[in-house]
Design a protein around this ligand. Structure first.
Ligand SMILES: C[S@@+](CC[C@H](N)C(=O)[O-])C[C@H]1O[C@@H](n2cnc3c(N)ncnc32)[C@H](O)[C@@H]1O
Length: 215
């Protein structure tokens, strides 16, 4: 992996964090913003659809979609530790054979990743400085639905992110979080030919879902 941000993300989302997240996920299920994203996606029939979950973490999004009848999922994450715990959880739930895994920066591995009916980036663009490239490349791969969750584009959220980054610097972590413009994210998805069908909020998170109309 060449991207320094992804190397730092891989270290930050390392074994301890991944094990903690898996424990929390098993105990409490998906967090509130992920549940809202899933609710918005569930207005569509996902039966038989293929999912691409980028920055998938423990796999909350694609595991729920597979439970709802999706056919197959691809898990892409810069963190090897998250890939390992996600694979463990998928096996436990009986979905092991229906998921492919790729570790790396999505922008590096994108040419190897097949297009999917549903593409999601749940709380991922805030780990990456070039949100527009990440969003436009991933949106192009979405044949039907595209879901993206990112921090609200508000001044006070920007300050929270700066504070979090100060903490990372003080604790000698190379990982940084990034605030991004909501209108730029929206227009990157729209330029890829999708139309917004859902917008909501959960705590500090903005949830947007887009649809590609049949041609
Ligand atoms: C905050 S976690 C979110 C995990 C999960 N989607 C969730 O909401 O619980 C962000 C994840 O995105 C991954 N990530 C960040 N930038 C990435 C990139 N460019 N390509 C692939 N994965 C990335 C990180 O390794 C990390 O696992």
């Amino acid at each position: 992996m060449t991207c320094p941000h992804c190397v730092a993300a891989g270290e930050f989302f390392g074994e301890r964090q991944a094990a903690r997240d898996l424990k929390r996920f098993r105990r409490r299920g998906a967090n509130a913003s992920t549940r809202k994203l899933l609710e918005a996606l569930s207005t569509e029939n996902v039966e038989g659809l293929r999912v691409l979950d980028i920055g998938a973490g423990v796999g909350a999004v694609h595991l729920a979609l597979l439970e709802d009848g999706a056919l197959h999922a691809t898990h892409v994450d810069a963190s090897e530790a998250y890939q390992a715990v996600a694979a463990l959880e998928a096996e436990r739930r009986g979905f092991g054979q229906r998921i492919d895994y790729l570790v790396g920066d999505y922008l590096d591995v994108a040419p190897q990743v097949p297009a999917a009916d549903i593409v999601c980036l749940d709380r991922v663009v805030c780990c990456y400085p070039d949100a527009e490239s990440l969003v436009s490349t991933s949106a192009t791969a979405a044949q039907r639905l595209y879901g993206v969750v990112f921090p609200l584009d508000r001044r006070w959220v920007g300050w929270l992110i700066r504070l979090a980054n100060l903490w990372m610097a003080l604790t000698r972590s190379a990982f940084r979080a990034y605030a991004h413009s909501e209108s730029r994210i929206r227009s990157a998805v729209e330029k890829a030919g999708l139309r917004e069908v859902h917008a909501s909020r959960s705590g500090i998170w903005r949830i947007l879902v887009f649809r590609r109309d049949p041609t």
